[in-house]
Design a protein around this ligand. Structure first.
Ligand SMILES: [Zn+2]
Length: 286
């Protein structure tokens, strides 16, 4: 799933490609991808794109006051084409969820792999009409996101820090991958309770969050859409690296699996050498 750094790079990429061009066609490969009914897709046509921006993990393309907003979810991606095929996509017959054509023949497809379709697009006059945007917490790279502001967010939260970092209504833009990375850099257990962290640990976690995201944004910046997925994977220290060697200490990266996701961590670096309980492993051991 693209997270803040990849979405920011996509936004920068689209800004460079779309500026001054007008949308001349919007085709839906899946009716369910579009979550709004009014204004209709035709409202995007004709006016030059005036800006592309990011809200958490949402991309917002402003077509002269009508916004096309989308969220790629877990298995969605954007595929850019300098010359889109002329064939019109038909609902239900394509892995393409949405196709956008521009007036110079270029354009992009939003695609989604897998059977769970979660990719979501919205056409609105005001981005605050998108429920997932209006409920977003602060952006962790904004100037206002200071260590004091972060400490305020954690205070009183009797939840595991891993879940809190991923909660979009607390902090916008961090998902499963970067929360693993941030916790590894901070040398903190994913299961630590947010409210119980002392000031020194909060400071370490804040520094880890800012440096991890800033470096990832820099690494993704300027890359074309097609290269972002591989670049994200290549930059990971522990996420998605179960059984590989921790780059800090040489221990093996471990995993805790859940119903539909998993987290990776290093026991030596993050949990005092004690492996975390894994429901799946414990079941086998019974
Ligand atoms: Zn380690």
């Amino acid at each position: 799933m693209p997270e803040l750094p990849e979405v920011q790079a996509l936004v920068d990429f689209l800004q460079g490609r779309l500026a001054g061009l007008a949308v001349v066609g919007v085709e839906l490969g899946s009716i369910s991808v579009l979550k709004t009914f009014n204004p209709p897709p035709q409202a995007l046509l004709g006016a030059p794109v005036t800006g592309v921006s990011r809200h958490g993990k949402f991309v917002d393309i402003d077509c002269g006051g009508t916004h096309l907003v989308f969220h790629l979810a877990r298995a969605g991606w954007l595929r850019w084409s300098d010359a889109l095929p002329q064939t019109v996509i038909r609902p239900g017959k394509s892995p393409i969820a949405l196709r956008v054509r521009l007036d110079d023949g270029s354009g992009f497809d939003l695609t989604e792999a897998g059977t769970k379709k979660r990719l979501a697009a919205y056409i609105v006059h005001d981005v605050s009409e998108v429920p997932g945007i209006v409920s977003l917490g602060p952006d962790p790279l904004a100037d206002a996101f200071t260590e004091a502001a972060f400490a305020d967010l954690l205070a009183g939260q009797r939840v595991q820090v891993k879940g809190l970092l991923r909660n979009q209504s607390v902090i916008a833009g961090i998902g499963n991958a970067y929360s693993d990375e941030i916790l590894h850099v901070a040398k903190l257990s994913p299961f630590a309770l947010a409210a119980s962290l002392d000031a020194e640990t909060v400071a370490r976690l804040y520094a880890a969050l800012r440096v991890t995201l800033t470096q990832a944004v820099a690494a993704a910046s300027g890359k074309p859409a097609a290269e972002l997925k591989d670049a994200k994977r290549a930059g990971m220290r522990v996420h998605g690296r179960t059984g590989e060697v921790c780059p800090e200490c040489g221990d093996l990266v471990r995993e805790v699996s859940f119903a539909d996701s998993s987290l990776q961590y290093c026991a030596t670096c993050q949990t005092g050498g004690k492996p975390l309980a894994d429901r799946r492993t414990s079941k086998f051991l019974k």
